[in-house]
Design a protein around this ligand. Sequence first.
Ligand code: F6R
Length: 248
Amino acid sequence: MIRIVCGKTEQEASVAAANVMADVIKSKSNAVIGLATGSSPINMYKELIRMYEAGEISFKNVKSVNLDEYVGLAPDHDQSYAYFMNENLFKSVDIDKANTNLPSGLAEAECKRYDAVIESMGGVDIQLLGIGNNGHIGFNEPDTHFPKTTSLVELTDSTIDANSRFFASRELVPTKAISMGIGQIMKADKILLVAFGKGKSEILEKAFFGPVTPEVPASVLQFFKGEVVVCADEAALSVIKEKHPEAI
Ligand code: F6R
């Protein structure tokens, strides 16, 4: 089931998303949370930090697994996703760093190790996702199949273009990444997807109302067994609102 929550602004939708995540953590203090990077979750993480500082939630016994990491970037590289997570969430809350997991952008044979890490969690309670302009979730790019497990991914030109905004030049953007598989994402108990801005409006409509196809990886979420909560702003939902007004 897909539940769309429309915020007037990115901030309002991010607070709604933080509440969905916080409810899981409040109901299960040792929850396993699947996390994402990129621009979309930043305000949601800020709200989770505010809730932690206000004593509303604690991450003390929470475990986390992140979706992905660039190949070739060490955790202390300022564009690595390990660095991002530390800066945007981990360093500001009481999570035990030993309970946080990301694929390593450097290790060989990392996919198998990360599959074992995910398996050892015994199930992800809530998986946070952003969505790429091309419909990717994690770094599972448009393809002929849905990857089941962690894989080494060649990033598409459109993803490299989109992510070059964080690097000094396009040439510095890694061309490969390690990503949790779609099969693993689909095993979570709940999915929380955040998307903001007009740029995401076409792909959100395709993902949730178009055909289910590995060419639009996020479309697989239409087959998700549990609840998919989409927290987005009006701009990101504009095409859905126009074509499927009953959905919002
Ligand atoms: C990040 C990730 C990606 C992003 C997506 C959207 O961990 O897995 O799928 O969620 O590329 O990125 P933003 O939020 O920067 O638009």
